[in-house]
Design a protein around this ligand. Structure first.
Ligand code: GLY
Length: 310
């Protein structure tokens, strides 16, 4: 886009009343998360509280096989969780490779608010969570264990197998703008099913799985984390919006970048969602089938089918 065209876009936006509050999240499980977030936003609450409470719904759902309690384990049967959160000031917190804690997003928020750090991982993150009053829980449900046992039976050479599950990536990324125009985001997942023990994806990495810039907008990613990290995907979406692209176009262009950075992209799924300061939303993915949930300023919570490259 030329400088002149970008100037025209910002002029148009300046003359339009912003739409808010708005909540936007990945996949169908986003409907329930949005509804929870909306309870806070519709009573004048802060976007940060809304995004945290929203994704906690998915973290607690035992039928959700890709987030929190009930998430599918790694190859050795461990449920390991990744999550992050970011607020309107640019402050952020993150946990990765965290076990035994149902709400990694809330531990991430505690890291943000109570420590000088951004990210805690593994045993250290667990110790921090327990010291801060989070209760330990067995996160491997019978349903997830049965899936893991079936996968092991089908893959006797599992530990040597380079191919891991690339379909199960239904991360919840949720971004919101509140009545005051402040934006926040949260992202949480049990990550790639049957991953190697110790693997961390894009979801807890600020800039990859999630990015918020209160002047511009917010974005989150879902899909194969390695592919998203290589393109620093969510940061890229926000930077494209800064250049004047709509949320929809920014998601499309970021997906194109992921494609350029990942040979073999035809076999991968990566999707982005984006929300700008005006309350406009967008989403785009490599493969068809990605959808996202939008709770708009008019109070409608609905699914939108994302456009895709393939
Ligand atoms: N996007 C989630 C993951 O790759 O772990």
């Amino acid at each position: 886009m030329t400088v002149q065209a970008s100037h025209l876009v910002s002029q148009t936006l300046e003359n339009t009343a912003p739409l808010r509050p708005v909540v936007l999240s990945t996949w169908r499980h986003g409907l329930a998360a949005n509804a929870e977030a909306w309870k806070i936003l519709s009573s004048g609450g802060r976007a940060l509280d809304a995004v945290e409470q929203g994704v906690r719904i998915c973290e607690s759902d035992p039928n959700n096989l890709s987030v929190g309690y009930g998430g599918l384990p790694d190859r050795e049967g461990n449920v390991t969780l990744d999550a992050c959160i970011m607020d309107e000031t640019g402050d952020c917190g993150s946990v990765a490779f965290l076990q035994h804690i149902e709400h990694p997003v809330s531990v991430a928020r505690r890291v943000m608010e109570a420590t000088p750090h951004v990210m805690l991982v593994g045993e250290g993150a667990l110790k921090f969570a327990v010291v801060n009053g989070f209760k330990k829980k067995d996160l491997l449900t019978n349903k997830a264990k049965k899936e893991w046992e079936k996968w092991q039976a089908d893959h006797p050479d599992a530990i040597k197998d380079r191919q891991v599950n690339i379909e199960n990536h239904d991360t919840i990324g949720l971004v919101a703008i509140d009545n005051k125009g402040n934006m926040s985001g949260a992202c949480t997942t049990s990550g790639m099913a049957w991953k190697l023990n110790g693997r961390v994806g894009d979801s807890p990495i600020i800039g990859a799985g999630l990015y918020v810039d209160n002047e511009i907008g917010a974005a989150s990613a879902t899909g194969v984390g390695e592919a998203v990290i290589r393109a620093v995907g969510s940061f890229l979406v926000v930077e494209l919006m800064r250049q004047g692209h709509s949320p929809q176009n920014a998601c499309r262009l970021a997906t194109e970048r992921v494609i350029r950075k990942n040979p073999g992209w035809q076999k991968l799924q990566v999707g982005f969602i984006a929300l700008d300061k005006m309350g406009r939303v967008g989403g785009y993915s490599i493969q068809p089938g990605f959808d996202y949930a939008v709770y708009d300023h008019a109070g409608r919570n609905r699914m939108v089918q994302a456009k895709s490259r393939l």
